[in-house]
Design a protein around this ligand. Structure first.
Ligand SMILES: [Mn+2]
Length: 399
């Protein structure tokens, strides 16, 4: 990965006077939740200001929300005053979660509504592993209603136009990918979302770690540094992984007794063994290598490939360009030397498509005044730190 400087490809340095044919903006991994303890998105003010500035742009503008726009995965299902995290997701459950997300993040929805009022503007929701719920037709319909726009609002796994390729990236990550031809399981009584392996694990074994014990720690990156500094969390994650793995294997053998065609969770087994063997962390893996390996012959000169999913900025330019702008949820980089947490700066990808020549890409930043957070303070009171972060971003959590 390259440093912060030079996030522009070569073509951008050549002055071009012609008017752009189209501008493309990619914002990824916003992860809007219900404003509760599992919601790590607090930058409504910064994000809605950015979207409103795009709403004023003249000409063709494609705004691409590059997956995990909504954190349906960790968002609670409100039922009779309780906040639940069911593992079987129906359309009704996803709709219930969407209502909570809408209530908690109205400025963002209002800004998106403003953006789609211009018929030359297009809004793309790329589907990521935290928002597979967007496959449900009723969820898409409700979003059309919230935005009061339909003809220029799209839901897709992949955007490919003008030599620009945008996708979330989870399809190159074995524990988080899905079969796009097989999104739902339908029983005589209901239709359920087919969740990726990692999502099943989060809902069945890990969510209580966040809701009951450590609501803040998931915001700290890199996770292997955090785990080296927090032995108890490290132990707890390993124990939960082992329990989940055992349950999953027992479940597989029991289901196989009934249905011989039950698929063996080979990716889970492979991943667990690899992680135990190599002692690698339990975060998502860097899939860019997988992508490059799969598309080796297809990576075309002048093309731009934009990803999200892995919350780490990335820029690689070799005739073609691979870019990742990092997440919009509240995250920190653990500085080991000072044992301080440095709030990440929010960024997005800007691409200019002109009538002639290749598209030009750059990463743009949205700086926010935030204070550094001593790790000791987080250990002392995670709730106080959640509140302080939200206050600095002008957001009110519903804790
Ligand atoms: Mn993701």
């Amino acid at each position: 990965m390259l440093g912060k400087r030079n996030y522009q490809n070569k073509n951008s340095s050549k002055k071009r006077s012609q008017k752009p044919k189209k501008e493309i903006f990619v914002i990824g991994d916003i992860e809007m939740g219900a404003g509760t303890i599992t919601d790590d998105f607090i930058s409504d003010s910064t994000l809605s200001t950015l979207i409103l500035s795009l709403a004023k742009k003249k000409g063709v503008v494609d705004l691409i929300l590059n997956g995990d726009t909504f954190d349906f995965l960790k968002c609670p299902f409100s039922y009779q005053g309780k906040q639940l995290h069911p593992t079987k997701i129906t359309e009704q459950i996803s709709l219930n979660k969407l209502e909570s997300i809408y209530t908690a993040h109205q400025p963002v929805f209002r800004a998106l509504h403003q953006f789609v009022q211009d018929p030359l503007h297009n809004l793309y929701f790329i589907i990521g592993n935290h928002d597979h719920d967007l496959f449900f037709p009723a969820v898409q319909k409700r979003i059309y209603q919230f935005l009061k726009g339909r003809h220029n609002v799209f839901f897709t796994l992949l955007y490919e136009q003008n030599k620009v390729h945008v996708e979330h990236g989870h399809q190159y990550d074995p524990l988080n990918c899905i079969d796009p031809e097989n999104v739902f399981t339908t029983t005589p009584k209901n239709t359920f979302l087919n969740l990726p392996e990692a999502s099943q694990g989060v809902l069945s074994s890990f969510i209580s770690l966040k809701t009951k014990y450590h609501p803040f720690l998931e915001r700290i990156k890199p996770i292997n540094v955090l785990l080296s500094q927090h032995k108890l969390l490290n132990k707890s994650i390993k124990r939960r992984t082992l329990i989940y793995f055992t349950q999953r294997m027992i479940g597989y053998f029991l289901r196989r007794l009934i249905n011989k065609k039950t698929a063996f969770p080979k990716e889970l087994v492979r991943e667990v063994f690899m992680r135990v063997k190599k002692q690698v962390d339990c975060d998502v893996k860097d899939f860019v290598l997988v992508f490059k390996h799969q598309k080796k012959r297809k990576l075309a000169k002048g093309n731009i490939y934009v990803f999200g999913h892995l919350h780490e900025r990335y820029y690689e330019h070799k005739g073609w360009c691979i870019v990742r702008a990092d997440t919009w949820r509240d995250e920190y980089v653990f500085d080991e030397a000072t044992r301080t947490l440095i709030p990440k700066t929010k960024a997005y990808v800007h691409i200019v498509v002109s009538a002639r020549g290749d598209p030009r890409v750059s990463i743009k930043f949205c700086p926010v005044q935030r204070t550094l957070l001593p790790f000791a303070k987080v250990l002392a009171d995670e709730f106080a730190c959640l509140k302080q972060a939200a206050k600095e971003e002008g957001y009110r959590l519903r804790l």
